[in-house]
Structure formats: C-alpha cells, structure tokens
Design a protein around this ligand. Sequence first.
Ligand code: FES
Length: 241
Amino acid sequence: MQRREFFKVVAGVGAVIVAPSLITTDLRADDGRLYKTYNKVQLVDAKGNPILASKLLEEENYIFNYPYVGVSSFLIALPEKTETDVTLKSESGEEYIWKGGIGKKGNIVAYSSICSHQMTHVHKNESFISYQKKGQKTMACKQTGVMVCGSHLSAYDANKGCKVISGPAPQPLASIVLEHHDDDTLWAVGVLGSDKFHEFFKAFKSELKEQYGGARKAKKKVKETAQVVTLAEFTKDIIQY
Ligand code: FES
C-alpha cells in the first residue's frame, strides 16, 4: 500500500480498515492530516464488562481516561448521525479530516476533555466543560447540542469533530479515534488533531499529584482497558452555562 493511501485509511474516526494500533509513531500525512496512534484499549464498565455501543444512553456525558492515565476524554452517543469527512484546522493551520461518528447509527464520538483555549478539563471536584443536550440553552452560542467550555464560553460542534463554533478556543478539541467491532464493543486506538497533552502535564503537576499520585503516574499510557463512567459519577459538580 502506498504511504499516501495508508494515511487516507487510518486518519479517520469512523471506518478504520487497517488497525492503526499497529502504527507506533506520530503520523503527519503529507496532505496535512494529523493522527497519532496509542495503545488499543477496550472501553469497559466499572465491573470490567465491555461497553456496548448500542447500550449507550444518547446525549449522556461519559468519561474515560485515554490515552494517558491522567487525561480524561468524553464519549457521547449523539442523537443523530454526525456529519462526515469534516475538514478541521489546528491552531497552527494544519488541516485534517474528521471522518465522522461510529456505531450503527454513526452517532458515537469521543473527544479529549482538555479545552483548546486554556486547558479547562474535567476534574474530580468540578467540570466546566461538557456536552450540553439538544434544546438546552447555552450562553456560548445559539446552537444547542454542543460541547461548551464554561470558563470563557467556547462552544464546539460535537457533530462536526468539535469544530469551534464560538468563543476564544483556537482549534477543535482533539478527537479520540474509536473502533466499533462486529460484537458491538468499542475500542480507543488513537488521537486525531492537535492535542494539548504536553502543555497539560506541565501546567497541572500539583493537580495530577493529588488525583493520580504524581505526574509520572498520570503520564502512563492506558493499556488494555479504560473504564467508562458518567460525568456525574466522575465529578462532584457539573457546571454548565
Ligand atoms: S479554557 Fe475553555 S474557553 Fe477558555
């Protein structure tokens, strides 16, 4: 397979034909698309049972830690099929293609919880960033059914790869690339787009120590399984504007 064709196959969120978990380095395709592989990890519940895509509650904020132990990400089953092949742009101007949601309905998406503006993220004490349901008004924009960071009112379109709708966010939230298998299980395999992980680990050392026992532990890559909980289970206080 030619290098260019290979990137075309792996750089999406949806139909992954070649397992990207086989790739172990940063990928920056010559057409500008960004993709980085991490451990292939199965999403499971608190008892270690596989999460099944068809059992997810629509519009619920689910949280799982990926790709690092100290980095939380959102898993959301949107109420309808997402858009597909959305062109997104990183802060530095690199374009990449978000292929769309996965699952039978093409409505399941996953995004890093780290806001691209000043790295607000979900925390065990409170969360200022979350998906706000369709019909639930937000101060951030007129559109509903969007991801909102309440710190400075950035809104991201969860239906379009978390493209920025409004506010100071300079780029989309990074997407967690998922696979949906024939047995309805869900797997995280990589990250698409420009992430803030490096800056996050530098900026929140004391928080990582408090929550995960130290930056070194928080920086470990998640292996084999990632536990999925609701945002209400993960955090004490969900703050939405
Ligand atoms: S940190 Fe999210 S909008 Fe400022």
